[in-house]
Design a protein around this ligand. Structure first.
Ligand SMILES: Nc1ncnc2c1ncn2[C@@H]1O[C@H](COP(=O)(O)OP(=O)(O)OP(=O)(O)O)[C@@H](O)[C@H]1O
Length: 249
């Protein structure tokens, strides 16, 4: 059996009387895109926050490459190889795309963020950063400040930074949000190739993207996973159709 890269077991998080995640168990295997879908308020963001460490679970375990990371800070989890993109961007907006990625490369190499070193002339940072920007299709935007990139390009840049940190697994929280049809199509194509580099847990409302990309889909409703399966399994599942998909199936 293939060992999962990420293994979540029985994760529980309550806000007062509300169980926002109510015993969630799921895993992410090498090379796969596992999509997490569900209606508004189902608990998707709460789950992502617990996995990346910005919210502490009440109980349950989170393992990355076999290591229990459930008590580590978000920064420590990122250093262990948990990459993520955010609904709200984490980029340094005044820095160029290149510099943002160079800082991630530098962090990966173990040196601290040396703002006073002449990083912009350091080939050991520039070359790998440019290679990654090329990989995500942003090399012609390398010198632009992150703030001047389009919404879709900023998502690509965040993914570039996750790649620079050599993430073992990627958590993508609604990467298609705010994108037009063209942008969604381009990002879908890109994510399709990205799964070989690091498996992806994808929270997404854009069902065209989910159906095009997902190896497996888990459906979350009121904090519980009501079904996990292939695209076909999920499309056919009567409980899922009732709870979520409706006409979209
Ligand atoms: N900090 C909080 N305090 C209290 N309740 C919260 C908090 N965060 C989330 N909730 C509640 O937990 C439930 C799950 O919310 P969550 O944002 O995780 O859902 P979601 O599936 O991500 O929704 P969406 O698709 O709209 O982003 C909701 O009922 C929400 O109101």
């Amino acid at each position: 059996m293939v060992e999962p890269v990420l293994q979540i077991d029985n994760l529980v998080k309550s806000f007062g009387a509300l169980r926002a995640t109510d015993g969630i168990t799921l895993d992410l295997k090498p090379g796969e895109i596992h999509a997490l879908i569900g209606p508004n308020g189902a608990g998707k963001s709460t789950l992502i926050h617990q996995i990346c460490g910005t919210l502490r679970q009440d109980s349950g375990t989170i393992r990355l490459a076999g290591e229990d990371i459930g008590a580590l800070s978000a920064a420590a989890r990122a250093r262990r190889g948990l990459g993520r993109t955010f609904q709200v961007s984490s980029l340094a907006p005044e820095f160029s795309a290149l510099r943002n990625v160079m800082l991630a490369v530098q962090a990966r190499q173990g040196s601290s963020f040396g703002f006073f070193r002449p990083v912009m002339r350091d080939r050991s940072l520039i070359d790998p950063a440019m290679a990654i920007l090329e990989r995500v299709g942003l090399s012609d935007r390398a010198r632009l400040p992150a703030a001047e990139l389009s919404h879709g390009e900023r998502r690509q840049l965040e993914i570039a930074m996750a790649l620079a940190l050599q993430s073992k697994a990627l958590l993508l929280d609604e990467p298609m949000a705010g994108m037009g049809p063209e942008g969604s199509k381009r990002l879908t194509g890109f994510l399709d190739t990205l799964r070989q580099e690091a498996p992806i847990l994808l929270v997404e409302h854009d069902m065209d993207a989910v159906f095009a990309l997902a190896d497996r889909i888990s459906v979350l409703v009121y904090g519980r996973i009501i079904a996990t399966g292939t695209v076909e399994d999920i499309r056919r599942d009567p409980a899922v159709r009732t709870a979520y998909l409706g006409d979209h199936a």
